[in-house]
Design a protein around this ligand. Structure first.
Ligand code: HEC
Ligand code: HEC
Length: 258
């Protein structure tokens, strides 16, 4: 043990090279894992088991919260889910709530990422996502067509091959928060062309644009029937004796859409 550790060190010392600093960036580490996951065959049934830990925050339905503290992840493209999970755990996207649940000891390895992404992506989406004020939708549409269609698609459907997120039907407040984080550079994994594209928008334009985006409807086949609750989690405690389960300390309360 001692020797296996000491020999390479000794070799370095003798050759006179300074210790090599780690050269792989968080983006490169995430990219490597992303490719590793894509080479695997996903098992959505096993993904359901993995999803049990995620449901605490993302709810069994994966619908997130209207106030934007949690995104709607149901129905998201599998490559996007995989990319985001790989990014969170490599430190290429930072969030103190999401990070601890992305690490290998909790989430698992590349196979578990593949499995949970397959499971989440087939969950039907809520049509009752949070929307903006609705006062400037024509301007929002024009801005969307000018700045966003090329990458995110005319219907906000995203692009599976290029891991561009579906943004149709996402909560308005979440879109606003991510947009701010992307524009300011706070969100590390942002697409640099997108960051450039949105630099000159005013606050009013951003509101109009993202209000329009939140109102883009996902394909009808992706939406849940009214009143649908995820039957995979029949014993999930939604509202015990009229009292919501308290979120762990540090979490904002999550209004559940009913
Ligand atoms: C403790 C609460 C919590 C748990 C548990 C949790 N997440 Fe998250 N997750 C979040 C929050 C908060 C965000 C939004 C992060 C941000 O604002 O940047 C998020 C974001 C995400 C995103 C990015 C969505 C997007 O469109 O940007 C994915 C994908 C995701 N979570 C999947 C999962 C999966 C899969 C699990 C289970 C392995 C999980 N999460 C467990 C809180 C949680
Ligand atoms: C050059 C291509 C490109 C353009 C143009 C672009 N985006 Fe993006 N966008 C991306 C990519 C790629 C990502 C995902 C980056 C990552 O996390 O890997 C993204 C992420 C996002 C996210 C975060 C989604 C999530 O689930 O976390 C939002 C919101 C978004 N874009 C909205 C927009 C809007 C609105 C426009 C038009 C003003 C726009 N984008 C223009 C490529 C683009």
């Amino acid at each position: 043990m001692v020797w296996t550790l000491a020999l390479p060190l000794l070799a370095d010392t003798l050759s006179g090279d300074p210790a090599e600093p780690p050269t792989e960036t968080s983006a490169e580490i995430a990219q490597r894992e992303y490719e590793e996951v894509l080479a695997l065959t996903p098992d959505a049934e096993r993904g359901r088991e993995v999803y049990l830990t995620c449901a605490v925050c993302h709810l069994p339905e994966g619908w997130g919260s209207v106030d934007g503290s949690y995104p709607q992840i149901a129905g998201q493209l599998p490559t996007v889910i995989i990319k985001q999970l790989a990014d969170f755990r490599a430190g290429n996207r930072e969030n103190p709530l999401m990070y601890p649940f992305s690490v290998p000891g909790i989430l698992g390895g590349p196979q578990e990422i593949a499995d949970v992404a397959a499971y989440v992506s087939q969950l039907p989406m809520t049509a009752e996502n949070g929307l903006g004020p609705g006062s400037d939708l024509e301007a929002g549409e024009a801005l969307y067509i000018e700045h966003c269609t090329d990458c995110h698609g005319a219907a906000g459907e995203g692009d599976e091959a290029e891991h561009i997120p579906m943004i149709a039907g996402q909560h308005f407040a979440y879109l606003m928060r991510q947009f701010d984080a992307i524009r300011s550079g706070e969100r590390k994994n942002a697409d640099s062309k997108m960051t450039e594209e949105i630099q000159d928008l005013t606050q009013a334009e951003q509101v109009a644009l993202l209000d329009y985006t939140a109102r883009l409807r996902p394909a009808a086949g992706k939406l849940a029937q009214e009143g649908w609750l995820n039957p995979d989690f029949p014993h999930y405690l939604r509202d015990a004796m009229g009292l919501r389960v308290k979120p762990p300390a540090g979490l904002k309360s999550v209004p559940v859409s009913e």
